[in-house]
Design a protein around this ligand. Structure first.
Ligand SMILES: [Ca+2]
Ligand SMILES: [Ca+2]
Length: 232
């Protein structure tokens, strides 16, 4: 009986060896995960976020290439005192998007980094480097009243204009312990536009059928709505 079992064991061994060899072949054939290549040519001229009436500042590249800072001064809530936004980097080349609140005398009473852990963790792979962003990404801070309640929202966009765009929305409540609160984000490939009536258009690659997703922003809530109703 034993010799009858032996071939069976050998067959099992052969099958196991074949399976192992196949798995090795399969592993050997797997391409390592790679980011999509950067499209050739000049990037499009549009902004990552735009509207008919908005203010913005933008920085290009990974923060280790930034040799200056960008500033934007906007009075978000029309109270006579402007808020200030600064795109800069820290000592370890980390991203700092500072939102500064001042009092009537110009003294800083609060400062908040809009590059929150939420935003960092939401960044698409196409825009990501370990602890940073790719060196052909744009970082833009925009101020625009996208729910038309009289106070401008702050929009932070990071994107390469062709494959990935993340636009995050922050609300401003100057009397809150943390005056800027992260509401949510709109993912798309190229740009986000505000065209009025609390409606935001998030576009995919503009070369490929002009696909877009439409969102309503109201009551500090982002809601995806039927795109067909807004066919262009
Ligand atoms: Ca103000
Ligand atoms: Ca508003």
């Amino acid at each position: 009986m034993k010799h009858k079992k032996r071939p069976a064991r050998n067959t099992s061994c052969i099958l196991l060896a074949m399976a192992f060899a196949l798995s090795l072949t399969s592993c050997a054939n797997e391409e390592p995960q790679q980011k999509a290549p950067v499209p050739d040519g000049e990037p499009p001229a549009f902004d990552l976020f735009s509207a008919e009436d908005y203010e913005y500042t933008v920085m290009y590249g990974s923060p280790d290439t930034w040799d200056d800072e960008k500033n934007l001064t906007v009075n978000l809530d029309n109270d006579g005192i402007s808020e200030e936004f600064i795109i800069t980097k820290g000592k370890k080349n980390e991203i700092i998007l500072n939102a500064v609140v001042r009092n009537a005398e110009g003294k800083t009473i609060d400062s908040y980094n809009l590059w929150t852990t939420e935003l960092d963790s939401l960044l698409p792979d196409e825009l990501r480097e370990p602890g940073s962003i790719i060196n052909y990404a744009y970082t833009q801070i925009s101020c625009c009243d996208i729910d038309e309640d009289g106070t401008k929202e702050v929009l932070v966009s990071v994107g390469d204009k062709r494959r990935a765009n993340l636009t995050a929305i922050y609300e401003y409540h100057k009397d809150d312990p943390v005056p800027f609160s992260f509401i949510g984000q709109l993912p798309c490939e190229s740009k986000v536009e505000y065209k009025g009536n609390q409606i935001l258009w998030a576009y995919d690659a503009l070369c490929c059928g002009n696909a877009y997703t439409v969102y309503r922003y109201d009551n500090e809530t982002i809601t995806e709505i039927e795109t067909e109703a807004y066919a262009q």
